[in-house]
Design a binder for this molecule. Sequence first.
Ligand code: SN0
Length: 329
Amino acid sequence: MNYISIQDIESLKKWVKQAIKIKKKPLKNKKLGKNKTLGMLFFNSSLRTRLSTQKAALNLGMNVMVMNFTSEGWTLEFEDGAIMNSGASEHIKEAAAVISQYCDIIAIRAFAGLVDKEKDNAEIVLNGFLKHATVPIVNMESATGHPLQSLADAITMAEHKTKHKPKVVLSWAPHPKALPQAVANSFVEMMQLQDAEFVIAHPEGYELNPEITKNSTIEYDQNKAFENADFIYTKNWSNYKEYGKITNSDSNWTVTADKMKLTNNAKFMHCLPVRRNVIVSDEVLDSENSIVIEQANNRTYAAQLVLQKILKFCATTSNGKFPSTGKKK
Ligand code: SN0
């Protein structure tokens, strides 16, 4: 059993309910993870993902080992049959198999490189571990998805919604750096599992992968999208068509108090880290309607639910042993 994408959630409604239950009594399953080790591998920076996932594991009584791969690990080779006579020191085959000897669950963060679309879509790092590790894998933001974030987003929206079918807007905003589409992708996938009026707003040309957005409504007029919205979820992503490029930095897309006035007193959401007065004005981020800190808090319960499910699953299969390579679902 792995947690790789939003598609791994069999019932979002149920999962959100279960996470809210965990939030009320986070130490209830303190014994479940006893003597089990979570290995957290980072190929990129992290604040919330690292601390909330670690906290979730500790709440379950697990041991945690964290490794920053870019500065501490050997440079990995991912290609089958590679002649390793240049940069990379170790093949994913050995690395994943070895880490599986020490860890009962491996969680991985490996962002998109934003240079080669095919390569990013192939999820080389995540799939390398999936193929060669012998223990369950958790995605802590890969090239194309951030399912722990969207699960936390779903929990946060469930806690704050005041009507059955809220209007939810995912709005692009400008950013000085080229950022991945991962957060937006998983948010879209998660919204497709919800009963909501869902609108994606971005400048023309900033369309996300159509295989992900499918039939979701796209609006190029941000003001129109904001009308009567109950939730504004803001996130920058770099151009998907002109892959990894910044083709627009229009500050008219920054979320301001004036824009929030168009909404139905909407809650403001962002996964963080957020660039103040570029993505969103201080006034909005510091307002009562901003629920970004609660969103970050819910990262713990999203991660805890996922780890708990994996631990329980593993406890019920083959004499408490964790499943080995091959079919891991
Ligand atoms: C990451 C992203 O995928 O957009 C992680 C978000 C959870 N964000 C950044 O890299 C922001 C970096 C910056 O300099 O603002």
